[in-house]
Design a protein around this ligand. Structure first.
Ligand code: 3EB
Length: 335
């Protein structure tokens, strides 16, 4: 028994917030800034540099494309461990991996491999730095997410592989996540994420059944994610959120009604995350909107501006939602 261990250890330094922005800026100039952890471009024409912090996601912007930039609070170190690219400022760890489905054998195998390799990176990081890396947030992008019928649907195969591979990455419960379909025909699974020296707290939405408890009708292996993660800096990392109430999709065929339901879900999630987050609301939120039909973009932007009080301009991307009957999904960071 070493009950005194905690009291004899110096207090753990709190985390400063991760700074996230959408910007129109020069990629080379961004990467030259010492505190830049990640620069994420969207669409086939986004520039890319051979730097572990630089990522291009194959989702086309519906309106204007911008870079998503993450900044830490100290000079950033970066590297590659096997297929995983990473960067860290000592508090936060950005990581990314692309896994070729053909080389792995299938999307399911690619997902298992991606999550196993991320688990290994987290172990290596712990050994290298002497401090743990707790996963706060994961993003998953794959081609043709709705292809295949019933349990052969590619999203369901992805869920099975992720659940198999995620073991070490989920030691402290699931983190927030997004899973969206690309339309680029490139059979490469893209996974990236954020970890930190201190753990976050998973937040569930009282309007929604937790995804890991979804009934059998949605597939043999339930999705393994939390609705949000509240970070040690009291930011809220919001998972892909759609017009799902309980476990059922609402307002099938009506994009704007699905948007309104999604906003109710986001408000409910903010409330569940605590007073400070509830009070900050949409004005402190940086959101991404994934739209199945790019023709909905202008209407959705207008409605968001009307209904999400003070919301900064979101990034609108064309992508397929993991249920055929959902026309839009929103994720982001608050605080
Ligand atoms: C839903 O509520 C919509 O499989 O990682 C949202 C966010 C959804 C993340 C995932 C799936 C995922 O079930 C789908």
């Amino acid at each position: 028994m070493r009950l005194s261990e905690n009291t004899s250890t110096p207090a753990v330094r709190a985390l400063s917030p991760l700074r996230v922005e959408y910007v129109n800026a020069d990629l080379t100039a961004l990467l030259a800034e010492p505190d830049v952890l990640a620069v994420i471009g969207f669409g086939a024409s986004a520039p890319l540099e051979d730097d572990p912090r630089c990522l291009r996601i194959g989702l086309e912007p519906a309106l204007n494309g911008r870079f998503e930039v993450w900044r830490g609070h100290a000079p950033v170190r970066r590297g590659r461990d096997g297929a995983v690219r990473w960067s860290s400022d000592g508090d936060y760890l950005f990581f990314a991996i692309d896994v070729d489905e053909t080389a792995s054998g299938s999307l399911e195998d690619a997902a298992a491999q991606a999550y196993q390799e991320i688990g290994s990176l987290l172990d290596t990081h712990r050994v290298r730095t002497g401090s743990p890396a707790h996963v706060l947030r994961l993003w998953n992008y794959m081609d043709a997410i709705n292809e295949g019928d019933g349990d052969t649907e590619r999203y369901r195969r992805f869920c099975a592989g992720r659940a198999h591979g995620i073991g070490p990455a989920a030691r402290n419960g699931y983190s927030a996540a997004t899973a969206i379909g690309r339309r680029d025909g490139i059979r490469v699974l893209q996974v990236y994420g954020l970890a930190a020296r201190l753990a976050g707290v998973a937040v569930e939405n009282p309007r929604q059944l937790s995804a890991w408890s979804y009934p059998r009708q949605y597939g043999p292996v339930a999705p393994t994610f939390a609705r949000a993660t509240r970070t040690p800096a009291n930011q809220l990392l919001v998972s892909g959120t759609a017009a799902v109430v309980g476990h059922s999709s609402q307002h099938v065929g009506d994009t704007l009604a699905q948007l309104d339901e999604t906003l109710l879900n986001l408000t409910s999630l903010f409330d569940a995350a605590g007073t400070e987050i509830a009070e900050r609301g949409f004005a402190a939120s940086l959101l991404k909107v994934y739209l199945r039909n790019p023709a909905d973009a202008a209407q959705v932007e207008r409605r968001l501006h009307e209904r999400a009080c003070g919301l900064p301009a979101p990034l609108v991307l064309v992508g397929d939602i993991c249920r055929n009957d959902l026309r839009l999904e929103i994720d982001g960071i608050q605080g």
